[in-house]
Design a protein around this ligand. Sequence first.
Ligand code: PRP
Length: 207
Amino acid sequence: MSNIFESTHPLVKHKLTRMRDKATKPKKFRELVRELGALLTYEATADLATRPVRIQTPMAETSGEDLKEKIGLVPILRAGLGMVEGVWELMPSAEVWHIGLYRDERTLKPVAYYNRLPVAPTVAVCLILDPMLATGGSAVATVDILKKWGVAKVKFVGLIAAPEGIERLHSAHPDVPIHIAAIDDRLNEDGFILPGLGDAGDRQFGT
Ligand code: PRP
């Protein structure tokens, strides 16, 4: 499968291992989600377009590059919220558009409960932020929403994925690059990623 990018960075591996550990408490867990969000986004944004600009340094005039396209960060509530801060620090001019989806525990299907996107798109590139790609239902639904909104380029930035979720998102939206810290073994019968890290929402928010 093309367009799937599993990080090979040692810092990512180290921090993900700390996240998986069940002894890691919510405060540390949140810190790791924030840091990993930034590290993964650094990898996911390597192909963003730039435009030439002229600037004046304290010594001389020179040319440089600015980001060309308006970026939107789209955290999927709740768990994606923890990734926003780290990513936003890298791109302070990005807009943040929240999408509220929860996964029905019985059907495992995503249920939409929050979407305040304006009629016309205000950004050219969207980075969907969600630590978990399990069945892939929530990610597919979010890409559907963003494409319908009219966004030209969408990328998914996550922390862990099940092969089932990768397959589903990739088949539904092969044009959407998937940037992930690790692809795990499988889903269990309750739709949880194995070995995974438990429920990223509950572990961040202490619920
Ligand atoms: C989790 C996770 C993803 C979704 C992944 O959210 O944060 O959004 O499940 O599952 P899927 O790939 O099978 O759709 P959850 O529904 O637990 O909501 P929460 O973030 O509010 O805890």
